[in-house]
Design a protein around this ligand. Structure first.
Ligand code: GLN
Length: 313
């Protein structure tokens, strides 16, 4: 028996797509110059059920850079390699109450309580992936992302170049986390690998399959590959729930109950454990850095399908 009735899912996707297609709020991120040039009209919705059904609406083929959504998968790699305590003990799992690239947040706690969904904790997580050389570490990170997506993803080199030329703030963050002893290897290398991981191109379908893998206990529902251990999924989802939409994570959780992660490229993915993964791409962002249409569409669709894991039946 299917988890969801096809007509219910299709109706929910169609309604959300139509309701927000004309919405003109928000604007593309522009602190990374290449992101300002991305077509603001890209709008795609994909839902992947835990039993492997794929539902699509709108533009599901155009790639945008994954940006901060990558933070989930690199953190997952560290948890797989070094255990859930590694993240907990090194950068902590609490919200910072500050923007994702806040330097004040680092200073407040001397590098502690820097969860892996904001830049200081994320660059630190990248530095924790085991490996001797840049290429070895990058190979592990990118291979892991490919397993989540079920296909070979590539770096959008224009986005990488653009961010590598303009990421002095992240370089400062990496060096501060080194100064506080959280990053234990070359911080500039960690920041560069982090910048590369943020530039990986994904379409809405890739992101939904990645979310669907987390919804399905770490097993890709399309390829059948166990990408992360089922026992590690709750900790991954917990950090997403706490800080996946930065300083608006509380508002998001209040409305949806869903662990989710946004990126400044315009994507958001969300996970309804045991039920579905969903992703929406639409580049215009609100002031917290979250896609306006993606938040609205995912909330409506999940609530229509009973996706809130905090709700009783
Ligand atoms: N690469 C971006 C940065 O470090 C990612 C930020 C984001 O998506 N919020 O600024």
């Amino acid at each position: 028996r299917d988890l969801f009735k096809q007509s219910d899912v299709e109706a929910a996707l169609n309604a959300a797509y139509d309701n927000y297609k004309g919405l003109q709020e928000g604007k593309n991120a522009d602190y990374i110059p290449a992101l300002a040039k991305v077509d603001s009209k890209i709008y795609g919705i994909v839902l992947v059920t835990a039993d492997g059904k794929v539902y699509t609406k709108g533009d599901v083929t155009t790639e945008v850079s994954i940006q901060s959504i990558s933070k989930v998968f690199t953190m997952a790699k560290v948890i797989e390699e070094s255990g859930a305590d590694s993240i907990f003990n090194n950068q902590g799992v609490d919200a910072t109450g500050q923007a994702f690239n806040s330097i004040v947040a680092i200073e407040q706690n001397k590098g502690a309580e820097m969860n892996a969904m904001v830049n200081p904790g994320a660059i630190t997580a990248t530095s924790m992936v085991k490996g001797e050389t840049y290429d070895e570490i990058w190979g592990k990170i990118s291979g892991f992302y490919n397993d989540f997506a079920g296909r070979q993803l590539t770096v959008l080199s224009d986005v990488y170049q653009s961010e590598a030329e303009s990421n002095q703030r992240n370089q400062a963050i990496g060096r501060l986390m080194y100064a506080y002893g959280k990053i234990k290897s070359n911080p500039d290398r960690a920041t560069d690998i982090y910048t590369r991981q943020c530039s990986v191109g994904v379409n809405a379908k890739d992101l939904a399959i990645m979310a669907g893998t987390l919804a399905n206990g770490g097993k890709n529902p399309l390829t059948g590959k166990q990408v992360v251990k089922t026992e590690n999924v709750p900790e991954i989802l917990a950090v997403m729930a706490t800080a996946g939409l930065y300083d608006d994570s509380g508002k998001w959780l209040y409305r949806t109950g869903l662990p989710a992660k946004s990126g400044v490229g315009g994507g958001i993915m969300a996970v309804s454990p045991g039920k579905f993964g969903i992703a929406v791409i639409s580049p215009p962002l609100d002031s917290a850095g979250n896609s306006v249409r993606a938040q609205k569409a995912i909330a409506d669709i999940s609530n229509a399908l009973g996706g809130n894991p905090l709700a009783s039946k």
